[in-house]
Design a protein around this ligand. Structure first.
Ligand SMILES: *[C@@H]1O[C@H](CO)[C@@H](O)[C@H](O)[C@H]1NC(C)=O
Ligand SMILES: *[C@@H]1O[C@H](CO)[C@@H](O)[C@H](O)[C@H]1NC(C)=O
Ligand SMILES: *[C@@H]1O[C@H](CO)[C@@H](O)[C@H](O)[C@H]1NC(C)=O
Ligand SMILES: *[C@@H]1O[C@H](CO)[C@@H](O)[C@H](O)[C@H]1NC(C)=O
Ligand SMILES: *[C@@H]1O[C@H](CO)[C@@H](O)[C@H](O)[C@H]1NC(C)=O
Length: 462
């Protein structure tokens, strides 16, 4: 058809094209329509469009609307276009995609939305694109993408281009499910970290571009160990993965040795830290120079006294490269996690919100990183307090009430008929103890509860 165009005036050409169509195809004003059987193509590039023309034939297979001034995509714009294979909306000013705008495009293979003004993508935006293979979102202002945004094409997507956006966070769990993805372009964003193992199921990944982000490290991935990884496209075998990572503030310690071992040509990646490697070319640094420093505990609480029921903070500060993470082990050798009563902070501190006498003993602070670990003992002494009321602050520790107790409204043991004490709501770790008020005895200021613990066979006073 293109051969005809220089020879015929446009109007005549359009009439000719329309008459060639199987039925009378519509062609929007100023657009060019071609019926290259079996597919119908509508070209409306650089035509000054402010919105998607309403009278596009619903049988269109290819629709090119690039270089216009379209701002919003609405559901009716592409309604019923179930034959559309290729949709190009590059270089418009699209800032808004109404929910379900693409819901009828179940055959769409390629969607080009690069160089627009999109800022966020949520679950409804791309719903219905069940056959999408190429999604090009480069050069927008994206800062947020929901985990469900790519839900309908996790299995089919081959090419995802998110380059040149403002993304700090990538929906990594979703990326990890793109089973067919071949090319993943995440370059020129603000990405600070990549979770370990996220690429392990992307068996078809051949090109991963993370150039120019804020990455200090790139974790090794099972995928990188299975197939050869190259730093450059040129000369790499077809079955290899090409990984680009230049332009990141790499912290060149032992965690990056795996990357240094890759096959590559000389590239210009540099290290940003540690200080003695800053500015050096990544590939010129010898493997042995990528070193880590094992943790060293620089300051810690050695012995702490506290009254029962009070809050106590145990400290343990460490240094090392990479930054060590701190864990605490309780006197009964259990790893302490965040609970309603304990908080482990990243700076190494452990807060116990309501100390119990049973917390007393030798805690251990463990600082660990890729290079090793260091430990320090921290002793805590919790003194019983006569002002502490365990009924108001129930002890969440393991049961120390024998479950065989004969207890019921009627079964409670009473010292006398007038003073009936009852135990009810008995579980393996709690019970409600009730006794009548003792108003007739002057001067009662507190009660002491005494019970026999089956776990440690001692009498406990509260
Ligand atoms: C889409 O198809 C439905 C049902 O055939 C029809 O009611 C509706 O008007 C169509 N919408 C457009 C925009 O063609
Ligand atoms: C425990 O909670 C603190 C404060 O909310 C938080 O900073 C820390 O990361 C949490 N630790 C763990 C291991 O989840
Ligand atoms: C550790 O962090 C917590 C929470 O940010 C803070 O309350 C505590 O004072 C810090 N401890 C030290 C030793 O800096
Ligand atoms: C406790 O009382 C309930 C009813 O209040 C009764 O069903 C149950 O058998 C009693 N248990 C004992 C151990 O007496
Ligand atoms: C606690 O109860 C257990 C089992 O009923 C008994 O063997 C033990 O002697 C009791 N200990 C004290 C200190 O009463």
């Amino acid at each position: 058809m293109d051969l005809l165009s220089p020879l015929l005036p446009p109007l005549l050409l359009l009439c000719l094209l329309a008459s060639l169509g199987s039925s009378s195809m519509l062609c929007p004003k100023r657009c060019t329509c071609q019926n290259l059987l079996p597919s119908y193509t509508v070209l409306c590039a650089k035509t000054g469009l402010l919105f998607v023309p309403p009278n596009i034939d619903r049988q269109t297979a290819e629709l090119r609307l690039m270089d216009n001034f379209i701002t919003t995509l609405r559901h009716r714009d592409f309604a019923n276009m179930s034959s559309l294979i290729h949709l190009t909306l590059s270089r418009n000013t699209i800032s808004q995609i109404r929910p379900y705008a693409f819901a009828d495009l179940q055959d769409l293979h390629a969607l080009h939305l690069d160089a627009n003004r999109l800022t966020t993508l949520d679950d409804a935006h791309f719903q219905g694109l069940v056959n999408l293979r190429h999604l090009i979102l480069a050069n927008n202002q994206l800062h947020s993408i929901s985990e469900g945004a790519f839900q309908d094409f996790l299995e089919t997507l081959e090419d995802l281009d998110l380059s040149y956006n403002n993304l700090v966070e990538i929906p990594w769990d979703t990326v990890g499910l793109l089973a067919s993805v071949n090319t993943l372009s995440l370059d020129h964003n603000l990405i600070e970290s990549v979770p370990e193992g996220i690429f392990s199921n992307l068996h078809k990944l051949a090109r991963l571009d993370m150039t120019s982000n804020k990455l200090k490290k790139i974790p090794p991935d099972p995928l990188f160990l299975r197939i050869p990884v190259y730093a450059k496209m040129k000369g790499s075998p077809l079955t290899a993965l090409v990984l680009s990572f230049g332009g990141n503030p790499l912290h060149c310690n032992c965690e990056l040795v795996w990357l240094r071992r890759l096959t590559r040509e000389d590239d210009l990646e540099t290290c940003a830290s540690p200080r003695d490697l800053a500015g050096k070319y990544f590939w010129t640094i010898r493997e042995e120079e990528f070193v880590c420093e094992p943790p060293m505990i620089t300051r810690h609480t050695s012995k702490m006294f506290v009254m029962e029921g009070q809050e106590v903070s145990l400290r343990c500060k460490s240094i090392g490269d990479p930054e060590p993470s701190t864990h605490w082990v309780s006197p009964d050798s259990k790893l302490i996690s965040n609970t309603s009563r304990t908080v482990c902070y990243e700076n190494g501190s452990l807060d116990i919100l309501k100390a119990s006498v049973k917390d007393s003993g030798k805690f251990t602070c463990i600082a660990s990183n890729a290079a090793g670990e260091a430990t320090a003992p921290v002793e805590l002494v919790v003194n019983p307090s006569p002002h502490f009321d365990p009924k108001l602050d129930p002890d969440p520790g393991p049961s120390d009430i024998p479950t065989s107790i004969k207890s019921n409204a009627s079964g409670g043991h009473a010292r006398s008929d007038q003073q009936r004490v009852s135990v009810s709501d008995l579980t393996s770790s709690s019970a409600t103890v009730r006794w009548p008020p003792q108003n007739h005895i002057p001067g009662v200021r507190m009660y002491q509860v005494q019970y026999n613990s089956s776990t440690d066979d001692i009498l406990i006073y509260r």
